[in-house]
Design a protein around this ligand. Structure first.
Ligand SMILES: [Zn+2]
Length: 219
């Protein structure tokens, strides 16, 4: 029947013993909690991707899927995007708020793609894929995402760095700046603390701390 000569030499399932690598697949299927929003989104994304593979010409097996195919998938998704990305010849290239419409294409925003890849990457391993062969974690995919981020940041005039918290109280102190520039660090808290007058529920505490949690990029 099947004259596969040497095709099935490396069966990915054969090496899966309990002591093979020690990476237990964290039995998540039996969790009693209802699926979170993230989980259901992840499932939808995964099904979308499987459907994409199915419709691929020629059909593409998941086991043969590479980073290049993942990038192809991301490009395919661009046609459903809603984010205006100006081409370099557009007069609004680099403008965050163009005054009138232009003919530039709509694409998937970098943030959407980045989050999508994160979910698919997790889904791949939860569905039995091996981490070391995870196409969503492949280097070309990371590079592609970085290029998309930088390209969109330039085209849309929006730096994709964590925005600093607006310090709207700073303006109140500008009159004093000339006198003592060194005191610039102090005012926000001092003013707010005095204003709140007793409701110390952390209105000031949460403001300054969130600046360090920026590193969602690549590991
Ligand atoms: Zn444009």
């Amino acid at each position: 029947m099947d004259s596969a000569s040497g095709a099935g030499a490396s069966d990915p399932n054969s090496g899966e013993g309990p002591s093979a690598t020690g990476s237990a697949p964290a039995a998540e299927g039996s969790s009693p909690l209802p699926p979170s929003r993230y989980e259901s989104q992840k499932r939808r994304d995964w099904n979308t991707f499987l459907q994409y593979l199915k419709n691929h010409k020629p059909p593409l097996a998941l086991s043969r899927c590479s980073g290049a195919h993942v990038i192809e998938f991301l490009k395919y998704l661009d046609q459903f995007g809603k984010t205006k990305v100006h081409i370099s010849g557009c007069p609004y290239f680099g403008h965050p708020n163009p005054p009138s419409p232009c003919a530039c294409p709509l694409k998937q925003a970098w943030g959407s793609l980045d989050a999508l890849i994160g979910r698919l990457r997790a889904a791949f391993e939860e569905n039995g894929g091996r981490p070391d062969s995870n196409p969503f974690g492949a280097r070309p995919v990371r590079i592609y995402l970085r290029e998309v981020r930088e390209g969109q940041a330039k085209a849309r005039g929006i730096p994709y760095e964590k925005k600093k918290r607006k310090r709207h109280t700073v303006t109140a102190t500008t009159s004093v700046v000339a006198a003592s520039a060194a005191q610039e660090n102090v005012p926000a808290k001092a003013i707010q603390g005095g204003d709140a007058g007793g409701s110390g529920e952390g209105s000031g505490s949460g403001v300054a701390q969130t600046t360090t949690t920026t590193t969602t990029t690549t590991v």
